[in-house]
Write a protein that binds this ligand. Sequence first.
Ligand SMILES: [Zn+2]
Length: 216
Amino acid sequence: MEHAGTFVEPVIQQVHMPAGMAGPVELSFDVRCFLVGLPDGLVLIDAGPAGSAGEIGAALERIGAHWSDVTDVVLTHSHPDHVGGLGEVTARMPGARIWAGAADCPQIPSAVPLQPLSDDDRVRELRIISTPGHTKGHISVLHEGEGLLFVGDAVGTMSGSLVRAAAQFTADAAEAERSLRRLSELAPARMLFSHGPEVADPVAELRRLLDGADGN
Ligand SMILES: [Zn+2]
């Protein structure tokens, strides 16, 4: 690889769901996975929807890397826009280890065995933060040294503000809210969302979202 040290390369795709597929109305949204370069590995966070291998391959090219450089895949949760591309991804990198939150592992179709993750586990220097609610085994991923927090679908952004994941896709709203409070306490410098671009001051925006929910 051409890069040294730690870096993040986003892989951004547009998903279109016709009316009737995930509800009565047509849905169009962006979904992001991330390549995280570490001194001792290259980690892919989420595999994206089905058909994502082309975009992930292009991102690898941008950073001067190859599929075989990917050491680990960490899946934030079991929803199809995050794991639908897993089969095509793992077929290209048979040596990588595939990780997911223990409670979500049974819901993730995979030809290769999944390594279950619990709170405070590590994948290389990345720390796993258990953030259940959106799904039972939803996890977030923290790089403490760089202040990077990958939040999956715990929260997203729209027009510069933080927004909760749509209620119809969230398993336990109260638990999801507790997980959001935990994320705000980590006070990361950057939050990387699976849906929506980064915002300038994510922790302040997250506290605003949480306070709004309290009616304070
Ligand atoms: Zn989701």
